[in-house]
Every structure is written in C-alpha cells, then in structure tokens.
Design a protein around this ligand. Structure first.
Ligand code: SF4
Length: 587
C-alpha cells in the first residue's frame, strides 16, 4: 500500500502542516477559495497540496501542541465543507466471507470464483475484501481506519457480512468470522493510540492465483466445482473457533471504544430453520438479508432458485417471530417475468401479511457473462428491460412502498464493464425520483423521509404510529417526525400471537428495531439539536412499553446487539439468554 494516504507521516511535513492548520482554523469566512489559498501558502513538500485526510491526520497530531480551539469534528466539517454524516447515524463496516460453494443454482447469479457466490471481483467492496484475502480481522480494521482517516467517528459500527449463503458455511467458520470482526473492533482503539494506523503494517496483499474462468454460455465447470477444488488445496484449519471464544470477544465488545451496534448476515429462505435462526442470534445477528427474488413459483422455478414461495413465507415467519429485522432482496426482470407482472409481484410483497419486509433491495436482473442466463439470452428467451420499462417498474415500486419500509437500493451497483447488455446507469434512483416529481407522485419509504443532517427542534416533533398485521401478529411502527414529515426516529414493535416457538420470548412483546437518525455522537461529544441526543430513542421505547402493556404483555424483549446491551440495561432491561427483557405492568 505504498504511496497511499495511509502511509502519510505528519511529522515529516510538520512545519508546512502546522502553518496550514493554523491558517484554516483562523479563517473567519470559510469557502473553497479560502481553503485553496491557505493550502497554496503552505504547500506539501514544497510543491503539492495537502489532501483533506492528510490535514485531518495533521490536526490529530498537532492540534494540542498548537492550542487550536476547534474540535476534530468541527475541523473535519470545516475542510469537508459539509456536516459529517455516516449514513443513518452508524458507521457501516461491510466485510465478505471467503468463496464457498453455494447450494443455489440461480441462472442469473454471477460465478466469479475469486469471490463468494453472486459477487464480482471488480465491485468496490469485493475488491477490498480480496485485497485482504477475505480475512475478517483485516477487512474490519481497514474499514475502521478509512473512517478514522477521513474524520468519521467510529464509536458505533454496523457489521454487514456479505457473501453467498451464510447458512451454508460451517458453524465453526461462522463463529470464527464474527469473532475476528469483533476482535478488530476491540483492538482498533488501542492500536490507533499506539500509532498503528497504516495498512502497510499488516501482512502483504492477496496472493490469489489467476482464477479459472466461468463462461455462462458453456459452463464447463460450475462455480461450486472450481471453488471446492480450490478449498481442497488451501489450509482453512485456522478459520475455526468455538462458541466460548466468541462469547469472550462479545463481552469485550460491550464496553469497547468501537461497539458493534448491529450485525447483518445474508441467506436463502430454504436455509432458515428454527435452529439456524437461533444460531444467528447466538452469533449476535440482529438483521438478516434474505433473497426473496420473486413471489411467483413459476418464475422461481424457471430461474432455478431451488425453493418456492412457501419457503419464503416460512422463513419470514421464523425471522419475524425471533425479532430479526428483515432486509429482503427482490428482483424484477427475471426470466419469465414482465414489467406488469413485476409491479403486481411488488404489490403482493406488501399486500400479503406473510411478507411486508422492513427493508428492501430492488435488484433488477442484469446480464453477467459468467451467469447461466447467458444461454437463455442467446436463445432469445430473455432480454433486459429497456430504459422505459425499467423506469416504469421502478417508479411504480417507489410509489407503492409503504412508510414502514426502507428501499435501501433500487438498482445494484454493478460495474458497467461486467454487464453484457442492458441498463448500466447506477443513478436510477435519481432518474426515477425525477420522474415521480414530474408526475406529482411521491415516494414515502423510510429512506426518502430520513432527517439526515438537518437540524431538529425537539418541541416540534410529532409522534405517529402505523399498525399492520404480519404472519406472527400485530406490528406497530412508531415514528417521530417533523411537521414536514422528516423522519427523526422510529421503533418497530411486534406483538406476536401465541405460540412463539422460542421459549425465552414465548410470552414477550418484541422491539425489533430502534433507529434514531442524525449525527453519530460519541460519548463526551454531545451537540445540541442533533436527534440522537434529544431523547427520541427513549421516548420511543417508553411508547412501546405503554402499547405492549396495554395489549396485556408482561414482558418486553429487545433483540439488542452486542454494543447496545449497556444502553438497554440503563433503560431497565435485564439480560436474558439471547434477548434483553423489561418487565411491564399489566392490568
Ligand atoms: S442462492 Fe444467492 S448466491 Fe447462491 S446461486 Fe442463488 S443468488 Fe447466487
């Protein structure tokens, strides 16, 4: 990693850096022109300009010595000329598991044997994972370092584990993977304090041999065959751990400077059993990404998904009963579908109480060379939607999305070079939004309404509640919104009907999610007007207690993450085996 911003040593440029820092802090009026002026007056190495991340690193090193009266956060915001916001208030740390055989045979799925199934080697996140040889420790550390170097707080991290079908990896690998991610979080602060802030200090980059090619047209060797051969040649014996080792890392993380406030895994509906759901919970998972793809058995069969809609119903019920947040993946333009059928399928996703996901990634099917879909395309039996068809489907989805769902993606960010034919625009959300505006229509999903970095006035907040039925009972979506309908915080409360198959929560109401938007604030860095510190989370939890109590529940459980256990203890929750609980007054 030589030559990267991470190898920058502020001490070597001390004189110029100190001059630039003083100049920047003392400016009365700050804009792009004044920033350039200061940087020109204090060049890096006599000729070049300091980058923003270099200035932040210089600030960390010299602010105390120079007596600069500005916090790191204020300085970072100043030179970036915008408020620092980590999406939705939490720093996402996305990591990929190693390539592994997948039980699915989906015709649309890429087969890049350098990657876990369904990922492509030149997708940005995938590239990073390969650079670190899919080592969870180094992947986590490198993401945290990137946030640190760009001035983003790292106190709360959501760990998003991607890669094929999580449930098909051996249990010992799953435990090891999560344990190593948590260990990276637990070690991060001390390592940075000790000056270990360079990726160059970690083992060398990948030594992947060139991958054998999978050609979807001929499919001489399947992804699974090639990956199995490779696994045989590798020693994966170190990639194992035991539950007690994971528990130790989890306990340390409860009070770590970088806390894991959410843990996400992705899997297939037919791999979700009661035991699997409980295992995910023991690992600390709070959200599951689940590939639904279609609610038509005919389309699922044509695309060789290997499961039917009934499996999706069962999986959603299991996840919901266990309190997980459900992040579904759904694909328009599959082989055998049509724009009209897709819009109907999307309507069913929310009309049918067995589905109703909390979050949704819409991934219109793309044609990738290594996918079996190539054969179907070359036979002339499938084609990608043209721009107008795609726009029609996506704007309809945006209009139909209910306010309790978050449309996290409406297009998959696949590099254009990987797409054989079809849409290559990755900014389809903006295109669709423009069309909605022109039509005078609106998208009311969570993402469209988030407050983000806008100032919040506590006194003007309004409480609103949306109730809907699910396959396990009644769901209440509690929200605090501004008069302009900007979403400041929400809570998902589930009131299940008996029987619930998990003993610990068989008589519990369940908080499935509490989410408060706004700046992520670290302890000791509280700022006025930001939504996380006007008690929105507490107010939502008190509302949930009242609703559950009135409905006759004597216990309110929460599917807390490792890093939020302390927060819930402060609010009167006690630790159970897999959940935390608060006793409620009834009658
Ligand atoms: S289950 Fe997922 S990862 Fe596996 S082949 Fe199907 S789409 Fe690809």
């Amino acid at each position: 990693m030589t030559g990267s911003a991470y190898d920058f040593d502020p001490a070597i440029h001390a004189a110029a850096l100190k001059g630039a820092l003083r100049g920047l802090v003392e400016l009365d009026r700050f804009d792009a022109a004044s920033l350039q002026q200061v940087l020109r007056r204090h060049p890096r190495g006599g000729t070049g300009f300091f980058s923003k991340s270099e200035l932040i690193r210089g600030f960390r090193q010299f602010a105390g010595e120079l007596g600069l009266e500005m916090s790191e956060l204020e300085f970072t915001e100043r030179i970036r000329m915008k408020p620092i916001r980590t999406a939705s208030g939490v720093a996402p740390v996305t990591v990929l598991t190693r390539p592994w055989p997948c039980p699915g045979t989906c015709v649309f799925c890429p087969s890049d044997v350098r990657m876990p199934k369904s990922y492509l080697a030149d997708e940005p996140g995938a590239q990073r994972a390969a650079q670190h040889r899919f080592d969870p420790y180094r992947q986590t550390l490198s993401r945290l370092l990137t946030y640190h170097h760009t001035g983003h707080p790292t106190g709360k991290a959501e760990l998003i584990i991607l890669g094929g079908t999580w449930s098909s990896y051996p249990e010992s690998y799953q435990i090891w993977f999560v344990k190593r991610c948590l260990e990276a979080m637990n070690d991060f602060h001390d390592r940075v304090e000790a000056g270990a802030d360079s990726l160059a200090q970690f083992p060398a980059e990948d030594d992947f041999e060139p991958a054998a090619r999978v050609d979807g047209r001929t499919m001489e060797h399947s992804y699974n065959e090639l990956v199995k051969n490779r696994l045989r040649a590798q020693d994966a014996s170190r990639e194992r751990a035991r539950w007690e080792q994971l528990c130790f890392a989890q306990r340390r993380n409860e009070s770590s400077a970088v806390r894991c406030v959410g843990l996400v895994v992705e899997t297939r509906p037919d791999h979700l059993t009661r035991d699997e759901v409980l295992r995910m919970r023991r690992l600390g998972a709070t959200k599951v990404q689940i590939g639904i793809q279609s609610l038509s058995d005919r389309v699922l069969t044509l695309n060789r998904r290997g499961h039917d809609v009934a499996a999706t119903r069962r999986a959603m019920r299991l996840l919901r009963a266990a309190g997980f947040k459900i992040h579904a993946h759904w694909m328009p333009n599959l082989y055998g579908s049509s724009p009209e059928a897709d819009v109907e399928d999307f309507q069913r996703l929310f009309a049918d109480s067995d589905f109703r996901p909390d979050e949704l990634k819409i991934y219109p099917c793309s044609l990738i060379e290594s996918a079996e879909l190539m054969q179907i395309y070359e036979r002339g039996d499938w084609r990608p939607y043209d721009h107008h068809e795609l726009l029609h489907v996506l704007t309809a989805c945006m209009r139909l999305a209910p306010e309790y769902c978050r449309l996290t993606r409406i297009i998959r960010d696949i590099p254009g070079t990987d797409i054989v034919v079809g849409n290559r625009s990755t900014n389809f959300r903006q295109i669709a939004r423009r069309r909605l505006d022109e039509d005078g229509a609106a998208c009311r999903d969570i993402r469209s309404r988030e407050i983000r970095h806008r100032p919040v006035q506590a006194a003007r907040l309004r409480y609103r509640r949306v109730d809907y039925a699910t396959s396990v009972g009644q769901e209440h979506f509690l929200q605090y919104v501004t008069p302009e309908d900007r979403l400041v915080g929400f809570l998902r409360l589930s009131l299940p009907n008996p029987p619930v198959a998990i003993e610990e929560i068989e008589a519990s109401a369940m908080i499935r999610e509490v989410h408060v938007y706004g700046r992520m604030v670290e302890p000791g860095n509280r700022r006025r007007g930001r939504s996380q510190h006007i008690g929105v989370g507490r107010r939502l939890i008190e509302q949930a207690c009242r609703i559950a109590s009135r409905a006759g529940f004597a216990d309110l459980a929460v599917i807390s993450s490792i890093g939020t256990r302390d927060y819930y203890r402060e609010l009167g929750f006690e630790d159970g085996d897999l959940y935390q609980h608060r006793a409620l007054e009834t009658g």
